[in-house]
Ligand binder design. Structure first.
Ligand SMILES: Nc1ncnc2c1ncn2[C@@H]1O[C@H](COP(=O)(O)OP(=O)(O)OP(=O)(O)O)[C@@H](O)[C@H]1O
Length: 243
């Protein structure tokens, strides 16, 4: 068992529904996420993974149902305890260092604390040598590492990630995974969408398989990968097309 810090946030989704033009896009009766260790949300294209992640983070308000954090409805205060990283890195048109110090200043850190924390983060992300470089000049993998460092600079209790490595090569992907797993070990709760079964095996402690807008299976990674309960999971793991 990997050594993940005990997570404290409890995310509960109840009766979530999103429909458009008569089609049900998301229909999740009940989902409880409380760690410890990363939750990986798997599933085929169009299964509703991104919609679910956005609902859990409060970026989308579902047509029906609710999301609770530690038993209370999601609020602006809760949102401040969370961060989200997207497939395409969101960065400021400034230097690599300034992308971090901007976030740290907004958190109220003085210049010395900002400098020290930014240096720590850059070292963790392997970007110390690029600190003065423009963020726009980074490679895709470096830019995504910086986006994750920016998210971590907010000290989020929960970090949501939506396919953060799907545009990256294997080496860049592994570097991102290491960064996310290090954050998980330091106590950040991770909820991450991926298409990549190998990535879910490497990173996941807890697996959610989405299919057709619903949760087909949810449980510990060990069980999911060795003895899945649902036919959908068995087909998905066997590489069969699941629609
Ligand atoms: N704003 C919207 N209006 C209409 N349909 C939408 C909207 N957002 C998402 N959908 C549809 O909802 C379904 C689920 O989308 P979602 O992005 O959650 O899938 P996903 O599992 O993340 O897929 P992918 O792996 O391709 O990113 C898709 O059929 C998508 O076309």
């Amino acid at each position: 068992m990997r050594d993940f810090a005990r997570c404290h946030a409890r995310i509960e989704a109840r009766d979530l529904q999103i429909s458009r033009d008569g089609a049900v896009l998301l229909d999740v009766a009940r989902l409880d996420l409380d760690g410890p260790g990363p939750t990986l949300i798997l599933g085929p294209n169009g299964a509703g993974k991104s919609l679910l992640l956005r609902c859990l983070h409060g970026l989308i308000v579902p047509d029906a149902g609710r999301v609770l954090l530690d038993g209370a409805p999601l609020s602006a205060g809760h949102r401040a305890r969370q961060a989200m990283v997207f497939q395409k890195p969101v960065l400021l048109r400034r230097s690599v260092l300034a992308n971090l110090t901007y976030v740290l200043r907004r958190r109220g850190l003085g210049w010395r604390a900002r400098r020290d924390r930014a240096a720590e983060l850059l070292a963790e992300g392997g970007l110390a040598a690029k600190a003065r470089q423009s963020a726009a000049s980074l490679s895709g993998g470096e830019a995504q590492r910086l986006a994750i460092l920016r998210a971590l600079a907010t000290e989020p209790e929960i970090l949501f990630l939506d396919e953060p490595t799907s545009a990256l090569d294997p080496a860049a992907t592994l570097a991102i995974e290491a960064l996310i797993l290090a954050a998980a070990r330091q106590g950040t709760q991770i909820v991450m969408v991926t298409h990549d079964i190998g990535q879910a095996r490497r990173m996941g402690a807890d697996i959610v398989l989405m299919q057709g807008g619903g949760v087909a299976e949810h449980g510990p990674a060990e069980r999911f990968f060795t003895d899945p309960e649902s036919a959908a999971a068995r087909r998905y793991l066997a590489g069969a097309l699941v629609i």
